[in-house]
Design a binder for this molecule. Structure first.
Ligand code: AHG
Ligand code: MN
Ligand code: MN
Length: 322
């Protein structure tokens, strides 16, 4: 079985990018230690502060954020980073080639119940060395991503990664800390009968999305003529991992009081959309591809419908009233 670095070499990934991926996954294996200790150390629960999103910050949100920033600052190729937990971009090395966006801990409401958690990241190229970096440098569409991935802190520690040559999943071998290629060249089935939406919000969604969901719920009695199953983990990484492995559709639509939904474009929707498109799935905001969205702020939100191709295309049809 190949390890991560053999695969990156085979995909002709430049050395500097490989070293950057190493900095990120190295930080993630470090983050796994406090997650693993859980209630045995003082890492569970919330902090009195809220983050830039106005959301409660878990202790582990801050621990994961600090570990990633410290690791990335040590890498000379990192120009600047944007994190869910920090209001402004963080400048790192003026000669660095890369910009990194990350959600240090995804699904952090799961910390206290030993549920699925993840870290999500994307990498783009920075402007030429020594020119001043500003937030605007992060405002290219997801099409300019050169690598993206997530680490899933589940029963196994897994890394899903794409450098633009398909999406591969690696499993950490705890005996030697090597990520081994266990699921090469993912291919999300075009059709599915599984959906991941938080149905408690159903009546706050736009009418076309409500109609789509009712048609799924009607199963063989409705126009879909097949029964559907539902899964919701409260961590996008966990739900998307299942969808990358066996198909499905994940949705977080806009709501009456959440005009752009809940998920963040730069460090949640875009990296996951990149992984999914590299695995032959689709990612839409309901009408157009997530990866074609031009960002205008680092923490902006976007409605998402991601996963099996035919299901995402169908959602877009419902949006057109067809
Ligand atoms: P985060 O923990 O980084 O704030 O992200 C949580 C996100 C996403 O991972 C998950 O799918 C969704 O929020 C869960 O939202 P609900 O509160 O609707 O379950
Ligand atoms: Mn998240
Ligand atoms: Mn988070």
């Amino acid at each position: 079985m190949k390890n991560l670095y053999t695969q990156l070499e085979q995909d002709n990934v430049p050395k500097t990018l490989t070293l950057l991926i190493q900095s990120i996954v190295g930080a993630c294996t470090e983050i796994a230690t406090p997650i693993n200790h859980g209630a045995l150390s003082d890492v569970l629960g919330s902090l009195p502060d809220h983050n830039v999103q106005g959301e409660v910050q878990k202790k582990l949100d801050v621990i994961a954020n600090n570990i990633l920033i410290e690791s990335l600052k040590k890498n000379k190729q990192v120009r600047a980073v944007a994190s869910e937990e920090v209001e402004d971009i963080i400048l790192c090395n003026s000669f660095g080639k890369y910009l990194i966006c990350f959600d240090p801990l995804d699904g952090s409401s799961n910390t206290d119940v030993n549920g699925s958690l993840g870290t999500i990241f994307s990498i783009t190229s920075a402007s030429p060395a020594q020119t001043e970096v500003s937030e605007e440098d992060f405002f290219s569409t997801g099409r300019s991503i050169i690598a993206a991935g997530y680490v899933l802190y589940g029963p196994s520690l897994m890394l899903a990664l794409s450098t633009g040559s398909g999406t591969h999943i690696y499993t950490l071998d705890p005996s030697n800390n090597n990520f081994m290629l266990t699921h090469p060249n993912l291919n999300i089935p075009e059709d599915t009968n599984e959906f991941s939406f938080n149905l408690s919000n159903q009546f706050k969604w736009p009418e076309n999305v409500q109609k789509y969901i009712v048609d799924l719920q009607l199963g063989t009695d409705g126009i879909r003529k097949k029964n559907f199953n539902m899964r919701w983990l409260g961590a996008m990484v966990g739900d998307m991992h299942r969808i990358l492995c066996k198909g499905g559709i994940f949705g977080y639509p806009e709501e009456k009081n959440f005009k752009y939904g809940k998920l963040r474009l730069l460090y949640e929707a875009n990296p996951i959309a990149f992984l999914v498109e590299q695995a032959n799935g689709l990612a839409s905001n309901g009408t157009t591809s997530i990866l074609d969205t031009v960002p205008s702020s680092i923490h902006q939100r976007i409605p998402v419908f991601i996963g099996s191709k035919n299901e995402v295309l169908l959602i877009e049809k419902y949006a057109l009233g067809k």
